[in-house]
Design a protein around this ligand. Sequence first.
Ligand code: ADP
Ligand code: DP6
Ligand code: CO
Length: 332
Amino acid sequence: MEHTNGGDTSASAQAHSNIALAKYWGKRDAALNIPAVGSISITLDALHTDTRVTFDAGLTKDELWLDGREQQVGRAGLVLDLVRERAGIDLRARVVSENNFPTGAGLASSASGFAALAVAATAAAGIEATPRELSVLARRGSASAARSIFGGYAELHAGESTDGNDSFAEPLLDGDAWPLSVVVAITDPGQKAVSSTVGMQATSASSPFYPAWVESAPADLDRMRAAILAHDLETVGELAEHSCLALHSLMLTTRPALIYWNAATMSAIHAVRGLRAGGLPVYFTIDAGPQVKALCLPADAAAVASALTLVPGVQETRTSVLGPAAHLVAVP
Ligand code: ADP
Ligand code: DP6
Ligand code: CO
């Protein structure tokens, strides 16, 4: 809700994290943050960001408060600049945000964080934006955030234009049309040593596998889209594990190497494969961090969570259903 108070304008939004089943890694334009390959994700109900943006004539610079601590404004300032430009305003903003899960740990805080910021900042500036425009705006903050504008299953297009305006996400399938669950096994909630942005820059500059990734990803993306539309869990799972392992092969062959896994990550991978060998349809995926996400049917989620809780080094599990689109919430 937009809310005016003595010349200040505020809005609050909530957005959910997402995990890619067909991964993005590498940019075709770093300045505009345009991904080199398309990606497909599911939105996670259990992991979300709440962000309030206030444009305030009393501020001389933008502020970002994350989980109660002031941070460098960084790319949030870029998103605010784009909003100010469109709204024709020159006020600085205070951004106050909370993630209900670890930040910078491979759980896509940049996805929910920049999606919530795009929605809240646009509303606080008093301008209208279509979901597609919000997706492009969120992408400038973090490409995975383009997907968190939408709920359920979403696809982010790499696009072809030089301005990046055709690199947006769009809904692929409603979450209700094919409910799945994700059990997140947290092995280390600490912040990653190398951010996704810096890591993928190093990969594209140094991994000999990078050209093969850019060449092979589109066909895998097509297969993933078709398997999701067919509600074919076995194929989705096989493709998701392949995309995850191809991504981590890129990371391992980056110089210097990016090793986001720890011992518990590997143990959890084997636990998922063991469950599957025992007849349970469950598949793993891992982003730029040591946490393992297990994809399964909602009816199997409790059994998957119990098994992953027993894996040495797994500190906590969080079970999620598919989440909703980013949305405005009432300003408290
Ligand atoms: P992750 O795996 O969590 O997405 P990234 O390296 O991609 O890790 O991004 C982490 C960065 O995203 C943080 O250091 C911060 O700059 C930004 N970020 C995370 N949460 C928020 C938020 N709620 N609001 C604004 N920026 C955020
Ligand atoms: C491994 O979207 O966090 O999670 O665009 O530089 O902010 P920036 O990177 P980010 O990278 C996500 C990488 C990934 C795979 C994915 O989510 O597609
Ligand atoms: Co991220």
